[in-house]
Structures are given as structure tokens and as C-alpha cells.
Design a binder for this molecule. Structure first.
Ligand SMILES: [Zn+2]
Length: 155
């Protein structure tokens, strides 16, 4: 039997599913269309259960490890920013309390978009923390730096 085929994405349930329609010439003339499923990892033809998506456990774990990789990369990137922020606050505030300019922080590469937690005092001042190192924005681009050893217990 001769087979030609084309790729067809199947439905919206999972855009990664790959189905191939094969045109098979029958012996009595004419042809039929057969749907063939492929492994999402290696592209091997799948046999057996219709809901099968991988040819074996190895392909399954390779596929899921790779898709988790994107999340891990994002976490690594954000963890890196938080660590750098903490290092900058630590270096600018070795004695536990000081006032610096926001420019000093920016010059060292501080990223104001990321912090681990925040704390608002009774009189409405919001401190942002990177782990135990925190800051409060003051007027005139000045920043008050603080250290809170027990920040985890702050609610
Ligand atoms: Zn496979």
C-alpha cells in the first residue's frame, strides 16, 4: 500500500498533539484515510490506546522535564534579581539603619520591581523587603534602609 500524508493539528485541547492523516490505497481500488498519532516528544508513530501521547516513559519524562524548564528558568531569574537586590541593600546598609539616595541603589543595579514582602505601618508607611533588608521611599528621591531580623513573623 502506498501512503502519503500531511500534518494536522488536532483540536484545541492540546495544541502540541500531532496527528497525521494517511491516505491508503486499498486493494479493491479507491482509498481510505487513516489517522495516525505521533509521540509528542520524538514523533514516532503511536499504537494502542487512543489517549496515548508518548511512545514510552522516557519520552514522557523528557517532554515534561523540558516544559518544567521554562518555569524553572523564570524562578532562577527572579531569585537572581532578589539575591542581587538583597546584596545591594546589605552593602549600602552595613549598620542596620541609614538613608541613601534612590540613585545610589539604581547605580548599583537595584531592581525596584522585585521584593519578597512588604509591611505597612499604622501611620501608612509601606516598607518593602528583600528578605531581611528593607527600604522606605522618602521625599526627594531619598530612601530609608532598615533591617528586620524577624521579618518572617511580620504579618
Ligand atoms: Zn517517543
Amino acid at each position: 500500500m502506498k501512503a502519503g500524508g500531511f500534518l494536522l493539528p488536532y483540536g484545541k485541547r492540546n495544541q502540541m498533539d500531532i496527528y497525521v492523516y494517511k491516505r491508503l490505497q486499498t486493494e479493491i481500488g479507491g482509498y481510505i484515510w487513516l489517522m495516525e498519532r505521533k509521540c509528542q516528544e520524538c514523533g514516532e508513530t503511536l499504537n494502542g490506546r487512543i489517549d496515548k501521547r508518548f511512545c514510552d516513559d522516557q519520552c514522557r519524562s523528557t517532554y515534561y522535564n523540558r516544559s518544567n524548564g521554562a518555569g524553572n528558568n523564570l524562578m532562577r531569574r527572579i531569585n537572581g534579581i532578589l539575591k542581587k537586590n538583597r546584596r545591594i541593600l546589605e552593602s549600602l546598609n552595613p549598620n542596620g539603619k541609614t538613608v541613601v539616595s534612590a540613585k545610589d541603589m539604581l547605580d548599583k543595579g537595584y531592581n525596584f520591581s522585585y521584593h519578597t514582602n512588604s509591611y505597612t505601618t499604622k501611620n501608612g508607611k509601606t516598607y518593602h523587603f528583600c528578605y531581611e533588608y528593607g527600604y522606605l521611599l522618602l521625599e526627594d528621591q531619598r530612601v530609608s534602609l532598615v533591617v528586620k531580623e524577624d521579618w518572617v513573623d511580620q504579618r
